[in-house]
Write a protein that binds this ligand. Structure first.
Ligand SMILES: *Cc1c(COP(=O)(O)O)cnc(C)c1O
Length: 370
């Protein structure tokens, strides 16, 4: 059994994807070919935003968003400590300082109360200029954007939505990728909408940001890439990946349904276990189920039982940002972020993908509840 079975998806879409790849090989426009623009249009339509700018990966997407906001040394950007490294990395990479925020125990996402506390701390300290909040849709569930936006408005901060894991999720029918000032996603193969290599995208309703990011992703181009009006990057999505994504995006709504059905089946089966806490999606929210994650004090035993039964399980994430070696310079202490630390000690994720067989689900559930 595989944790994420990408090959099952390929078998399902093979004829369409192979034809798309052949089309690109035939027209030969490997960089910024017609499929890139076509995909950007379809993504804007799906997410419900004015502009989509694709790029080389989800980390670059975050960096481009920060660059467009002119975030740099001396600035503070607030982000969750319980996330994938790239969120905090991009902030540090542009020279700004990531200010870590503890998690909400029920959703694993950034805690709005602790966020406001950290903003007040940074303002009182006066060392860094608070500029933006980078919230993350962890494991597929959108962060609490209604509350986050209120806090952002109160302190005049920008909001970046890191929807690398969240493509397809929503709050009251508003889709992930449309919250905040700029949102980003990743098309890394294992993400909910993945390609066959690296890829990413930026979403915004702001015309100025969109224009700036179009320039930044191609060496800070002016009227063409040999007219360079600012320092940018080389961060484009390959035409081949765009072509593959066009077919995967067409299939995505039914895959999202399958992920939600699998999560509901897992939840129903696991509800009876008192040493396992299941993940309940808040009212009005939908998750894209990038991961199906459980919480247990007996994590090690449960994972060992699964392994014996031939079922893979993975811990996302064992190490919070404030505990990462790369961020030692900020001098955080163990126990600075009690909720995130507890979560990282107790979470583990089960196989989750839209092409799971019923007998596989039964096997997983039975080995956990026996
Ligand atoms: C995967 C991921 C990224 C980075 O995406 P890449 O395409 O791998 O660069 C950023 N943030 C989060 C939360 C992620 O899960």
């Amino acid at each position: 059994m595989q944790f994420i079975d990408l090959h099952a998806q390929y078998r399902h879409l093979k004829v369409k994807i192979d034809a798309r790849i052949q089309t690109v090989l035939d027209h030969g426009k490997f960089i910024m070919g017609p499929e890139v623009g076509e995909l950007e249009e379809k993504l804007s339509e799906y997410v419900g935003v004015k502009h989509t700018i694709t790029c080389a990966n989800g980390t670059d997407a975050l960096q481009l968003a920060l660059m467009a906001m002119d975030i740099k040394a001396g600035d503070a950007v607030f982000c969750p400590t319980f996330t994938f490294f790239a969120s905090a990395e991009a902030i540090a990479f542009v020279g700004a300082t990531p200010i870590f925020v503890d998690s909400n125990e029920a959703t694993f996402n950034i805690c709005p109360d602790h966020l406001e506390l950290q903003i007040k701390n940074i303002i009182a300290e006066g060392k860094f200029l608070p500029k933006a909040i980078m919230a993350v849709n962890l494991f597929g569930l959108p962060a609490d954007y209604p509350k986050i936006q209120k806090i952002a408005d109160k302190y005049d901060l920008k909001v970046i939505e890191d929807a690398a894991q969240g493509f397809g999720g929503s709050i009251n029918d508003q889709k992930a990728g449309s919250f905040g000032d700029i949102a980003t996603t990743s098309f890394f193969p294992a993400k909910p909408l993945g390609c066959y290599g690296d890829g990413g995208a930026i979403f915004t309703n702001d015309d100025d940001y969109a224009e700036l990011i179009q320039s930044l992703r191609v060496h800070g181009k002016g009227h063409d890439k040999y007219d360079n009006v600012r320092i940018g990057m080389n961060s484009r999505l390959d035409t081949m990946q765009a072509a593959i994504l066009l077919e995967k995006l067409a299939e995505f709504p039914s895959e999202l349904e399958a992920r939600n059905k699998l999560a509901a089946d897992y939840n129903d089966a696991m509800r009876v276990k008192n040493n396992i806490k299941i993940f309940e999606v808040p009212d009005g929210y939908t998750s894209s189920w990038a991961q199906y994650t459980l919480v247990s004090e007996n994590r090690a035993d449960l994972m060992a039982t699964l392994k014996e039964a031939g079922v893979p399980s993975v811990v996302y994430y064992e190490t919070c940002m404030h505990e990462q070696t790369a961020f030692n310079m900020y001098g955080h202490k163990k126990s600075d972020y009690p909720v995130a630390e507890k979560i990282s000690d107790q979470v583990f994720s089960l196989p989750m993908h839209p092409y799971m067989q019923n007998n596989q689900v039964l096997k997983i559930v039975n080995s956990l509840i026996s």
